[in-house]
Ligand binder design. Structure first.
Ligand SMILES: [Zn+2]
Length: 134
């Protein structure tokens, strides 16, 4: 099995950040280096996340960001080490990701995880019972 296929299957075909399925994206998802190559991250299955082009682009090579409220650096969500449900929840209508932690808040802001196109897609996918993910 190819590395791409293994990473995609592990993620159930969904972006590991915004949770949207690749099957409903107009662009091919990528293998995102959680710890960037530039910072010594490896191209290994433990360091790769399945990510849509949008999330991959907004994350870039960031692993932590400055939090203006707490005035300290906050690391971003790490799909391999962190459990999604500990950090995030869905809003009542299912269109938005709601942070449970500082890590989640920083990740939602940095990766723009509630951007309009994602909210629109989630709304459409809800009608087909494809969103939110089980
Ligand atoms: Zn995404």
């Amino acid at each position: 099995m190819s590395l791409r296929r293994a990473v995609a299957e592990r993620a159930h075909g969904r972006c590991e950040y915004c949770q949207c399925p690749e099957a409903f994206s107009s662009t091919t998802y990528c293998l995102e280096h959680i710890e960037p190559l530039a910072l010594g991250g490896l191209t290994s299955i433990e360091n790769l996340a399945f990510a849509c082009q949008g999330c991959n682009g907004f994350k870039g090579d960031k692993t932590a960001v400055w939090d203006a409220v707490t005035r300290r650096a906050v690391r971003l969500f790490h799909p391999r080490r962190d459990r999604w449900s500990r950090h995030f929840a869905w809003s009542e209508q299912g269109l938005e990701m709601v942070p449970k932690t500082l890590i989640a808040r920083a990740t939602i802001i940095t990766l723009k995880l509630n951007r309009p196109a994602l909210r629109n897609l989630r709304g459409v996918l809800m009608q087909s019972m494809i969103h939110p993910p089980a």
